[in-house]
Design a protein around this ligand. Structure first.
Ligand code: DNO
Length: 397
């Protein structure tokens, strides 16, 4: 496996390319984050970013841009499927621009309205480091009393509604604003637009009548439209799981379980239809057996995110633990992933993984950073993961 590192690009990331080298990563995972969602990327734009990453100063070790995370799938595609022709054509143009520059592993997701979602970006751990967290009651406070989603009450049992109300009542205006920013304003790397509360409500209304079956149909139509282009340019499309892997705001989510992925692979058998195996997202569900999923989908895993979420007492809240200390059995997962890689035909490219979401710690506590993407916590996570690979007798490539 090769060691990747997510980088947000020039002017958007306090972590430098040298920092990435010093962490021990060889592969950069990035996107043209400056291009608005839905606009096609150009070959020249991708080439310029690639030069910036790969033209190492004399004496520096090489980095390569091997994974695109993400080409955003616009909301229109999620709502209209194959009927969103213009948006799908733009997506294919971006894909082809990447492949023309030899960047052929693409990550995307199909979460409606909101991408990855947390309620706390700096939750203080007993060590004084901070972590990302999803607190079910704070989330309910947002949904029921800030967004005031019509019909939202039905999604929460009475005791949860009461706790959410108490949280909402105790929050200052500034705390409410901060929660809105955290949930509705799109975290870094999100593939959805930041939304004001009225725009959020509007976007939710636009999904009326779209249930899981219909959203899945739209994803299948999207894949039927884009996989021929991916096959033609030798790209693979890795679908990131829903984060968290369950319905939010009454919206369907369809990449949360083994059955979800099995249904997609059955519907669109193209080898370009692959998955991004994210242990942190999938691991939030106690009924996802991660080593078993890694084994079952071995041939379909095109890219890997390694992090460890820890479910809390209510079974719905979770926080991001240190990389080896959450609910996932990371050693068992890496054993499966390295076996999957070994079983591939000779000449097949190694799987790129990246340490996902580190704790904010040490010098990073005083610095601006993209939430979850400060340097030192990820460096620590990567070092631990690398240790497992050595112990398994499969040191990183
Ligand atoms: C969060 C990430 C997400 C993810 C996209 C994939 O840290 O896992 O930004 O990359 O949802 O398309």
């Amino acid at each position: 496996m090769r060691q990747g590192w997510r980088w947000y690009g020039p002017g958007r990331d306090g972590v430098s390319l040298d920092d990435i080298r010093q962490a021990g990563a060889t592969d950069v995972v990035t996107a043209l984050h400056d291009v608005p969602i839905g606009e096609p990327w150009t070959e020249a734009g991708v080439a310029e970013r690639k030069r910036l990453i790969e033209d190492a100063p004399a004496g520096r070790s090489a980095l390569r841009w091997s994974v695109v995370e993400s080409i955003p799938v616009p909301d229109a595609v999620k709502r209209q499927g194959g009927a969103a022709r213009r948006e799908i054509e733009a997506w294919i143009a971006s894909l082809e621009a990447c492949a023309a520059n030899d960047v052929r592993t693409v990550c995307y997701n199909f979460m409606p309205v909101v991408d990855w979602t947390r309620t706390d970006l700096d939750w203080v751990l007993p060590t004084g480091a901070t972590a990302l967290r999803f607190d079910q009651d704070r989330f309910a406070a947002f949904d029921l009393y800030i967004l005031a989603r019509p019909g939202g009450e039905a999604d929460y049992p009475p005791a949860e509604r009461d706790r959410a109300r108490a949280i909402y009542d105790a929050m200052s205006g500034a705390e409410r604003d901060a929660l809105v920013l955290t949930i509705a304003s799109a975290l870094p790397g999100s593939t959805t637009d930041p939304l004001s509360i009225p725009a959020f409500r509007e976007r939710l209304r636009a999904y009326a009548g779209i249930d899981a079956a219909r959203l899945r149909r739209h994803l299948v139509e999207f894949l039927e439209a884009v996989t021929p282009a991916a096959e033609a340019c030798g790209a693979i499309l890795t679908l990131h799981p829903d984060d968290p892997p369950r319905s939010l705001f009454g919206l369907p989510r369809i990449a949360s379980t083994a059955d979800d992925y099995a249904a997609l692979f059955a519907a669109v058998p193209s080898p370009a239809n692959a998955m991004c195996f994210c242990t942190g997202s999938l691991g939030v569900r106690a009924d996802n057996d991660l080593p078993a999923m890694a084994r079952r989908f071995a041939e379909r895993i095109g890219f890997v995110h390694l992090r460890a979420t820890k479910r809390e007492g209510d079974g719905r809240s979770f926080h991001e633990a240190a990389h080896l200390e959450g609910d996932v059995d990371m050693v068992a997962v890496l054993r499966e992933l390295t076996a999957a890689e070994r079983a591939r035909p000779a000449g097949a490219p190694p799987i790129v993984f990246r340490p996902d979401h580190g704790h904010r710690m040490l010098d990073d506590l005083g610095k601006e950073a993209n939430p979850g993407y400060s340097a030192i916590g990820r460096l620590k996570g990567l070092a631990e993961l690398r240790g497992i690979l050595y112990a398994l007798g499969r040191p990183p490539d």
